[in-house]
Design a binder for this molecule. Sequence first.
Ligand code: DGJ
Length: 691
Amino acid sequence: MNLWRLDCGVQTLLVGGDKNLPEVFYWGKRLPETDDLREIWDSTRLDYSGGVLDGVPPLSICPEVSKTFAGYPGMRIRGTTGRRLQPNFRLADAKYTETSLILKFEDLKLGLAYSASFLAHKATNVFELSASLSADIEILVDWFAAPVLPATQTAQKMIDFSGHWCREFEKQETDWSIGARLRNNQTGRTGHEHFPGLIVPALNCDDTQGSAYAWHYGWSGGHSMIAEELPDGRRHIQFGHAFDSYPNPILHIETAPLFVSYSDQGLNGLSVNFQRHLRDKVITWTKGSLPRPIHYNCWEAIYFEHESNNLSEIMELAADIGAERFVLDDGWFGTRDDDTQSLGDWEIDPRKYPEGLGPLIAKVNQFGMSFGIWFEPEMVNLNSKLYVKHPNWVLGTIDQILGRNQLVLDMANPGVQEYLFEKISAILGDHNVTYIKWDHNRVLPHVDAAQTYGTYELMSRLRDKFPNVEIESCASGGGRIDFGILKYSQRVWLSDTNDAHERLRIQHQASNFLPMAVTGSHVGPRECHTSGRIHNIKFRAWVAAQRLMGFEMDPRELTPEELSSLKKITQWWKDNRIWRHDADIHRLKVADISITAEIQISRNQEKFVVFVGIAETSKWSCPIPIQLTGLKPDYIYDVTLLNHHEKTTASRGGSVFDKGKISVSGQYLMSNGIILPSQFPDRMWVLEGTQ
Ligand code: DGJ
C-alpha cells in the first residue's frame, strides 16, 4: 500500500493506493502531523448494500472503466481503427518530496504510460496538478482529465462563471444532484461563456467564512469540466482540454496545469490564494510593467480614424491627466479603415503614418509616456493581402460563418508562425514599444489544441526576443482570461464595457481569481459606448481606480471640473499603487444587495482601502452597517472617508465621518461595521484605513 501526504498552507492532500491508479482519499483542512495515514485510508473505505457490485469501484485520479467505474471516466481514448481502449494501469515509479508527488503508471499490454504530478505551492496555498499520457503507437483522444479530485459531499451548490461580451464573470450557482454537470467549451478559446473555474462551497460557507474548494484550469483553448455526483453519493471533478481537442491521432498529450485550492476562510480565502498565485508565481513581470503604469488607450476616442493632429492633442491631454503609457489601438496597419479589412497585413498604413510610427512614438515619449500597440495576430480578413497570398493558411471549412468579418489563421502551420513572428518582430524591433495589446475577436471554427499551443509558442518566442515588452490578453474584452495565457502576458482587458455600473459587478466577481495587478480598467466616455448610460466622472474614475487604472475616452470631452476630479483620483491611484500591487482583495458580505463592496488589504494588514459601490437604490431608508473583513482584530485603525466631499443631497442627516477620521479596532470594523452617509446610486464611497 502506498500512502502519500502533501501539505500546502492550510490544506492537506492525501493520495493512496496499491499498484493501481491511486485515489485522493482526503483533501481539505490541514491534518495534524500525528495523523496515521493508514487509519485515515481505512476509515474512508465505503460500505455498500444490495443491488450494487460486490465492492465500490475506486474513484481514482483518472477513474477507469477497467475497474468497473460506471461514472464519467478520466480518459476516453481509441486506437486509430476506432476501437475503444480501456487501460488498466500499474504503478511504475513514484517520486515524492515534501512539495511534490510524481507518479508514473504503465499499461504494457496497450503500450500506454500515464503520469500524474502534484505540486504544492506552499507560499500561495495552491496545488498545481497535471497529467500526461504517452502511447507506443498513435491513439485517438476524445477526453483526458487532469488528476481528478473528489468534491465535498457537504456542499449543496457549485459555483462557476459564464457571460458574454460586456457581461463577463456572470456567477452561476447550480445545485448538486445525481448526474453530471458538463461545461463543454467548443469555442477554441477560453471564452466569455465558460471561464475555466469551479468553486464548491461547503454548507454554510460564504465569502467570508466556511470551507470552500476551487479549481482553475490554466488553458486558453477551451476546456471541458465534469462535476459528477455518482448514485453512491460520491462526487468528483474533472477538468481537461475541451472534448475533441485532438482531431488527429497522437503519441503524447499533456493536460494544462490545474490549480486547486482549499480555504477555511470562505470564498475570499480562495480568492486570495488565486490572486497571490497568479501575481507571484505565474506571471513574469517585465521591466516596464512595474510599478504598474496608467494607460491611455485611444480606441473609444478615435476608433479607426487615426489623424496625427487629433492624436497629438489627445496624447498631450492624457499625459496631463496622468497617463504613463499610450496605447495605439486597432487601425494603424494595412488599409484598416474599418473592421472588414487588413487583418494579417501588419505593415504601417502609409496614408495615416506617412513617416511611419517613429514621429508618433517620439511625441508619446516626449510627453513622458511609453508606447504600446495593438495586434490581433491569429486573425485574417478575406479583404487582406495576406489572405490573397495564402488562402490555405486559414483554419476551418469554406462554409464557416465569419466572426467580426474575419477568419482564423492556422497557428499550427510553421509558415504562419514564422510570418507572424517576423512581422511583429519588425514592428517591435524598429520602434520603442513596451507593450502589446494582443486581441482575439472571434471564436475558432472548431476546437483544436494545436491552435493554442501555436499561440503560446509565438508568444513565448516574442517574449524571449523582447523580454521588456508587456502583453495584455484581450479577446473582445474578457474572452481570453486564464492562468495559461497569463504565463505569457501581464494584463487582461477584463471587458469591453467601460460602463462603471457594469464593471463594478464584473470586477467584483473576477476577484475570485484575479488580483488588482493584472486587471485593466479604464475610465470611458461620459456616455458609455456599449450601454448608452451616462455616469459622472467620479464614479467612472473610482471604478477604474479599483484595478489597473487607465483612460479610454476622448479627453477633449472633459469639462474643467471633470478634468480636475479625474486628476485627483489618478494621483490617489499613483500614490497607492505600490502597496496595492501586493494587496489582497476580499469581497464584503453586505446584507443590502444594492451595494457591491470590497476591501483591499496590505500584506501586513496595516493599510486598507474599501470601495463601496452603490449599484442601485436600497430597500431601506437608512444606510446599514458594512462589515469589513480580513483585518487584525486588535489593531486600532484610523479610518477616513476619502471622498467625503462627494456627499450629495441624498444625505440629509449627519455621518460620523463629518468630523473627519474615526479610530476603532479591527474587531469593531469586522463585527459591527461602518455606517456611511446615504448616497445616490451609481456612486462610490472610498474609505482608507491605517493602523
Ligand atoms: C476588441 C477589443 O476588446 C477592443 O478593446 C478594441 O481593441 C477592439 N477589439 C479593436 O478592434
